[in-house]
Structure formats: structure tokens, C-alpha cells
Ligand binder design. Structure first.
Ligand code: SF4
Length: 358
């Protein structure tokens, strides 16, 4: 049987971000086999909202519900929603005219909303509010005629969506090596923004390099890398130095999951692996290991992490201790357009019941 205990955390100085840091693991490595389990891990508020949006839309309107792009970057979540009646498409053009389409948590460019209107689609926008915040910043700085340096990964859906807000003003900086290619019109009127799911440390390095080239570079009004990304990286940094290897549950196309694997190795784990399912763990990875770290990306349901713990327990890694560095309480409400229809349905049902009883 799996037992999850604490780590005997020694209080650490509070850090910023949602919930703040509450402790750091300082325990020594023992000979027995054990698992350090990062907390926070898994679902963030934006993913929870996006997945719930599709589930509620299926309940309210019935299947099929069309979803443009993967609602979140996780294989398991996508296949579970497919089984319930969601149809995932790449573009609005694949959605039948007049049907309902949900836009993913990563956000879309304004032209995607226009296309939806052109096809008479009923769009429900599940863009994470923290991505919407970056879109708003992009629009505001573009309206003030700033050059905007968007730090992010080329081709990522979030970057495509944000760039679409002001394509004439935004240029992509894909990590520290992209800094030398930057050209601006007026070095005194430049701001940097970023994708929400980047490595905090690598982004700091990119910004430092940009500032060496452009000393008057402005920073965004508040952090664009979201609380969930930073908190999950902090937890991995706390546990990785004590781990022989770190298993990150997440899909290959999940930016924040990929970053967790990199952060684990940079922070001192001897190895890091990104896996969708426990069945992908190779026994050779565990040879000679006494401490295995486990975490998961922001789009990963915790049931997949529990399956990893079961896999490890079957190989004598039965002692599981959580390494907690922050408490998260953030919750986002469902998209307005969906809430409005849910309320209308509830009112209609109540009226029907009242009529039956009268
Ligand atoms: S990772 Fe951050 S930005 Fe992305 S959905 Fe979650 S909370 Fe929103």
C-alpha cells in the first residue's frame, strides 16, 4: 500500500507567486528506496477551467462539441474528452457552419474569432485568463507604438495567438540565442513580454542579454510566466538535488512539462524523463536508484501521477514524501458565454418543474 508522508520541511523564507514558498526539503538520502513527490504539481487553474469548459459544454449542448486544437497539451485529457464526444480540429474551417467550437487554453489570435463569426460558429473561449492578460499587454503596448519582444518558443500555439494581437509590433525572441537577431526602431521604446510557460531561469538570462543590448528595455507590468509554471519549477528545484532521477508526467508537446524535466536536471537530478504514462517507465532507469523524484506538468490529471507511484511501489519505492514549496488556491470561473447558457438552462428547468407542480 502506498503511504504519502511529509518531508519534515524546514521553513524557508517566503517567496513570491501564488501561495508563496512554505518550505524546502533538506533531508539526507537514506539507503531505502523512496519517492519525493513535488507539490504543487499537475492541474493549474487555467487547465482546470479549460477542461471543465469542454465537459460542461458536452453536458449542456450534447455531443459533438468541436474543440479547436488540443484543449490543453495532454494526450490523456484529449483522449478522455474525445471518448465523451469532443471532436478536436486544427482549424475553424473543419467545424460545420453554425456548430459550437471551444478555443483552447493557449489562446487564439483575433483573426480566429473573426473566422468563427464568418462561419456562424458559436465560440466558447477557454483561453486561460493569464494568457488573456498577456494579449491585453500586447495590444496596449502596440497601441502606444512600442516594439514588443515576445520571449517564447517558435510555433507554440500561445505564441501564435499573442503575436496575432499585434503582428506588426511583435518579434519573437526564442531564448538567449535569439537576442542577437533582434532589431528595433527606437531603443527607448521597447518592451519585453513572454509566453506563460517558460523556464524562469532561462527567461531571466534572455532578459539580461536583451538589457545588455537595449538598456532602456521596459519590463511587463507584472510577470507573464504564470504562477503555476513558477511554482512547479520551484518545487522541482527543491527536490531534484536529492534525486537520482526525476520522472515528469506530461506530454511531449507540453511546454511547461518539458521545462520541468530541464529544470530537474539543471537543479542536480542525475537524469530526468518526460512520460505520458507509467507504462513508459523503463526498469533500466531505476537501476541503482534510491531516490526518485516525481512531478507533473500543469495539464496533467493527478490520477496519472498516482499510477506512476503504483508502478514505483511495485518496485519497492514504497516510501513517498511530498516536497511542498507552495499552496495554490487560485480558481477561475468558466467562460461567460457558457455560464450564461448554463444559467438559462437552469432557469428553464426550474420553470418547468414549477409548472408541473402547479
Ligand atoms: S500554465 Fe499558467 S497560463 Fe497556462 S493555463 Fe495554467 S495557469 Fe494558465
Amino acid at each position: 500500500m502506498r503511504h504519502i508522508g511529509g518531508t519534515g520541511l524546514r521553513p524557508a523564507a517566503p517567496a513570491g507567486g501564488e501561495g508563496g514558498a512554505v518550505g524546502t526539503y533538506h533531508g539526507g538520502v537514506t539507503a531505502s528506496k523512496r519517492v519525493l513527490l513535488a507539490k504543487p504539481r499537475g492541474y493549474c487553474a487555467g487547465v482546470d477551467r479549460a477542461v471543465q469548459t469542454v465537459e460542461e459544454a458536452l453536458k449542456l449542448y450534447g455531443a459533438p462539441i468541436y474543440v479547436r486544437k488540443e484543449i490543453v497539451h495532454n494526450k490523456h485529457v484529449v483522449s478522455t474528452l474525445q471518448a465523451k464526444g469532443a471532436i478536436f480540429v486544427e482549424e475553424n474551417a473543419e467545424v460545420p457552419e453554425g456548430a459550437i467550437v471551444v478555443f483552447s487554453a493557449h489562446g487564439v489570435a483575433p483573426e480566429v474569432h473573426e473566422q468563427a463569426k464568418g462561419r456562424n460558429l458559436r465560440a466558447i473561449d477557454a483561453t486561460c485568463p493569464l494568457v488573456t492578460k498577456v494579449h491585453q499587454e500586447a495590444r496596449r503596448f502596440a497601441a502606444d507604438d512600442y516594439d514588443i519582444l515576445l520571449i517564447g518558443h517558435e510555433g507554440h500555439e500561445e505564441v501564435i495567438g499573442t503575436t496575432g494581437e499585434a503582428p506588426a509590433h511583435i518579434q519573437l525572441v526564442d531564448g538567449p540565442d535569439g537576442v542577437d537577431k533582434v532589431t528595433v526602431r527606437d531603443p527607448s521604446k521597447v518592451v519585453w513580454l513572454s509566453q506563460t510557460t517558460l523556464s524562469v531561469d532561462e527567461t531571466l538570462e534572455t532578459v539580461a542579454r536583451l538589457k545588455r543590448r537595449l538598456p532602456l528595455l521596459m519590463s511587463p507590468p507584472s510577470d507573464d510566466i504564470c504562477y503555476a509554471t513558477s511554482n512547479r519549477q520551484d518545487a522541482v528545484k527543491a527536490m531534484a538535488p536529492n534525486c537520482d532521477l526525476v520522472l515528469v508526467v506530461g506530454s511531449q508537446n507540453s511546454s511547461n512539462s518539458q521545462r520541468l524535466r530541464e529544470v530537474a536536471v539543471d537543479a542536480g537530478a542525475s537524469a530526468g524523463y518526460l512520460i505520458d504514462y507509467a507504462s513508459e517507465i523503463q526498469d533500466s532507469w531505476l537501476e541503482g536508484a534510491t531516490t526518485v523524484g516525481v512531478t507533473s506538468g500543469a495539464s496533467v490529471p493527478d490520477e496519472l501521477v498516482m499510477e506512476v507511484l503504483d508502478f514505483l511501489a511495485a518496485r519497492d519505492f514504497t516510501d513517498v514524501a511530498e516536497v511542498t514549496t507552495a499552496q495554490e488556491k487560485l480558481v477561475f470561473s468558466l467562460p461567460q458565454e457558457l455560464k450564461r447558457d448554463m444559467k438559462a438552462q437552469a432557469t428553464a428547468r426550474a420553470a418547468e418543474v414549477a409548472k408541473t407542480l402547479s
